[in-house]
Design a protein around this ligand. Structure first.
Ligand code: ADP
Ligand code: MG
Length: 503
């Protein structure tokens, strides 16, 4: 596999009233496992179903019901671990995290505290071409999601929807290696991209299928490097955790606000309390949800209903062998094989559909030109209508057909753009359209020569001017192009105009 070289970005520095401060950030991302059935029941995970219609007896915690592990969810967690270059633990186990909440009928969440299924891995977070932060993953564990309490449907009552109860989540825990608000958002973007490539989570943040708890602390310049060298957490500041963030923009705003709040506290001679906070996007501030003193004692203990999860290396190897090409590798390959910039490769590999579309266009053609047309023309056009690549009315075959006509010299770049618009809006085979509408480029020098002669004869003043100032020859070229409806071969026109004007 290829790797692109990268430099590490500078950490964000915030100037306080007294000194400069740096940020230290670690994320706990909850990603809903892409699976038709829940983690311990056969109930459906379909989003937006009628409330309480996707609930098995075990999800509703009916007495005597026992959880049965969904092998596919385990496979998805292993696939995710492998995609994050992580260690896979052949032995893992489930624990009960006890707490009461109306949307949690069991009275506990089944999670993996002591023996997570996935150990240490990493994510390379792209900040700019050639600039990336390596963020270490501490662990990934499997756990159940809770249901949903609805408080805003009735002034006097709350409702509970258990459709989500028991759906499999992967909690992906990073080390505190993220050094600024933009990096935090970029980390979530990259993680989501990898999960989507792997097909292990759809990454839909609006539906709550991907959400992050964001841990933020501040430190003095140099402290973080000391932590990196020694692994000693105590040189870092006290962190606050901002719960349940499901927007890249809010993640950045919340971190920025939270860092400034902590700086004010520390510079004022007080200490930051370790607590859980909520971000209020309307006010643009975080506020305390619960402090460490009020923190729950979850009384974790091994779940007696489930045997430890033991998987075989051969099974893991089979999953590893079926992994798709992942974003970093694909990007590096695009740079290497097609000679495109890392920026363009990043755009084309943002999702697998765009990458596959591009590769279909580029196959057997000039890769750089294909990249240009896909990014500048097609993506630009799609964006106008707020469409993604999967909604493109133009197929890779059609776009490739346009490029073939340019390569053969049948149409000029300018006509190609007109043709692009026709194919995009009306559909059809590019070569047939060019034929039917007489859009073929005129390469017949005789016809071009006649047009040049005619324009030179009709404009003696311009001829005199151009002979003094050869730059004005462009005017003749423009006239000839106009006279031929843009179909004259521009190179031939240029040559003929220069020759006839004696330049
Ligand atoms: P706990 O054991 O209390 O759950 P962890 O060490 O597991 O704490 O950390 C939970 C999350 O907090 C991780 O994502 C980690 O990266 C992050 N974190 C830990 N220490 C800090 C810190 N000083 N500043 C910011 N984030 C931190
Ligand atoms: Mg922890």
């Amino acid at each position: 596999m290829l790797d692109l070289a990268y430099e590490t970005p500078a950490p964000k520095v915030i100037a306080g009233a007294k000194q400069d401060w740096e940020l230290v950030i670690g994320l706990e991302v909850h990603a809903q496992v892409a699976s038709n059935a829940k983690l311990f029941s056969g109930a459906s995970t379909t989003f937006g179903a009628e409330p309480n219609s996707n609930v098995a007896f075990v999800d509703a915690a009916m007495p005597g019901m026992l959880p049965v592990i969904n092998e596919y969810c385990v496979e998805q967690a292993v696939r995710t671990g492998l995609g994050l270059k992580a260690e896979i633990n052949l032995f893992s186990a489930f624990d009960r995290k006890n707490y009461f909440y109306p949307d949690l009928p069991q009275g506990y969440q089944i999670s993996q505290l002591y023996h997570p299924i996935v150990g240490e891995g990493e994510v390379l977070v792209d900040m700019a071409p050639g600039v990336a932060r390596r963020v270490r993953i501490e662990r990934i564990h499997l756990e159940q999601d809770a249901g949903k309490s609805i408080h805003d449907m009735d002034p006097n009552m709350s409702f509970v929807d258990l459709n989500r109860t028991g759906v499999a989540l992967m909690e992906i825990v990073s080390r505190p290696d993220i050094r600024g608000p933009e990096e935090a958002a970029a980390y979530v973007v990259k993680l989501r991209q990898i999960l989507r490539y792997l097909g292990t989570c759809d990454g839909n943040m609006q539906n709550g299928n991907l959400r992050a708890d964001v841990n933020v602390s501040i430190c003095k310049p140099g402290d973080y490097e000391r932590y990196q060298e020694t692994g000693d957490h105590s040189v870092l500041g006290t962190r606050c955790e901002i719960k349940n963030m499901n927007s890249m923009r809010f993640i950045q705003q919340a971190i920025e606000y939270e860092a400034r709040r902590q700086i004010r506290i520390v510079e004022g001679g007080e200490t930051v309390d370790q607590e859980t906070r909520l971000y209020d996007p309307d006010k643009g501030e975080t506020r305390s949800m619960r402090s460490k003193e009020e923190a729950h004692d979850y009384r974790y203990f091994p779940c007696p209903d489930l045997l430890p999860l033991e998987i075989e290396q051969a099974w893991v190897d089979g999953i590893a062998a079926s992994l798709p090409e992942l974003p970093d590798a694909k990007k590096a390959r695009f740079v290497q094989d097609f000679g495109m910039t890392e920026y363009d490769a990043g755009v084309l590999t943002a999702d697998t559909e765009s990458a596959a579309f591009f590769e279909d266009v580029a196959r057997g053609r000039d890769g750089k030109q294909a990249a240009n047309w896909v990014i500048n023309e097609l993506f630009g056009r799609l964006k106008k209508e707020d469409h993604g690549i999967t909604e493109s009315p133009m197929s890779a075959e059609q776009l490739g057909g346009i490029l073939d006509l340019i390569a053969k010299g049948d149409i000029s770049g300018k006509i190609a753009k007109d043709l692009f618009e026709i194919v995009y809006t009306e559909g059809g085979d590019p070569a047939e359209i060019v034929e039917a509408r007489g859009m073929k480029q005129v390469t017949d020098t005789g016809a071009i020569e006649a047009a040049v002669d005619e324009i030179i004869a009709a404009n003696p003043n311009q001829v005199a001017k151009a002979q003094q100032n050869p730059k004005l020859a462009g005017w003749f070229v423009g006239q000839v192009m106009k006279a031929t409806g843009g179909k004259a071969n521009p190179k031939a026109v240029n040559e003929l105009v220069s020759a006839k004007l004696g330049l």
